[in-house]
Design a protein. Structure first.
Length: 209
């Protein structure tokens, strides 16, 4: 079964509190989501492989550690997942970025893909899927399924806030995908919103209603 990691660093919890505040405007909301994603990226990439290389400092030649093995891909789930990409790219500028857009057909309840653009070598990359909210888990599970169909083999999911129901749904449908969150909230309400949550992340990021 997949691992669930809650990243409760004081700086993350502080910024997350401001993000939750209904009085926080779109600009500050965007900036803070980006900052929290950057801080979370430290933990999400903690186990990435290193290799020993030889470099020459101004003083002498020495052996140091650098990233090796699989390269990274960041894949936001449109549209709210876009808000997390900038912060991650500040730390991992060489990562490739893909995009997945899905919606559920109201009649069939099945996922409909309206946009999917991924790096050609997605199967050779460590993939980090980003979405600020893990509510029912439907969108995340569907996006991960789509990634696997396109050849992705190593996937992890990164969210700011998750409901227990969403975590369980993803773990059941994708037991091989580790989940990283800044907060596990209380529950989902009758409308499928996370409680206490932060409202609609996409609307707050982009100033829409």
């Amino acid at each position: 079964m997949s691992k669930v990691t809650q990243i409760s660093h004081p700086l993350i919890l502080h910024k997350l509190s401001i993000i939750r505040d209904k009085n926080t405007g779109s600009k500050d909301f965007r900036d803070l989501v980006e900052e929290v994603a950057m801080l979370m990226a430290y933990e999400v990439t903690r186990d990435i492989n290193l290799e020993e290389v030889e470099i020459e400092t101004p003083i002498c030649t020495t052996k140091c550690k650098m990233l090796s093995g699989k390269k990274l891909a960041i894949v936001p789930i449109l549209r709210a997942g876009l808000g997390m990409v900038g912060g991650m790219l500040k730390l991992i500028p060489a990562a490739k970025v893909g995009h997945i857009g899905l919606y559920r057909d109201e009649k069939t309840l099945k996922p409909v893909e309206y946009f999917c653009k991924l790096p050609q070598d997605i199967g050779e990359r460590e993939v980090i899927v980003t979405d600020p909210m893990l509510a029912t888990g439907g969108s995340s599970s569907d996006a991960i399924t789509l990634l696997k169909k396109r050849g992705a083999k190593s996937i992890r999911l990164m969210c700011l806030i998750a409901a227990p129901e969403g975590i369980e749904a993803v773990r059941q449908s994708h037991p091989d995908v580790d989940i990283y969150v800044a907060s596990i909230d209380e529950k989902l309400n009758e409308n499928g919103y996370i409680v206490p949550g932060l409202g609609d992340a996409g609307d707050r990021l982009f100033g829409t209603k």
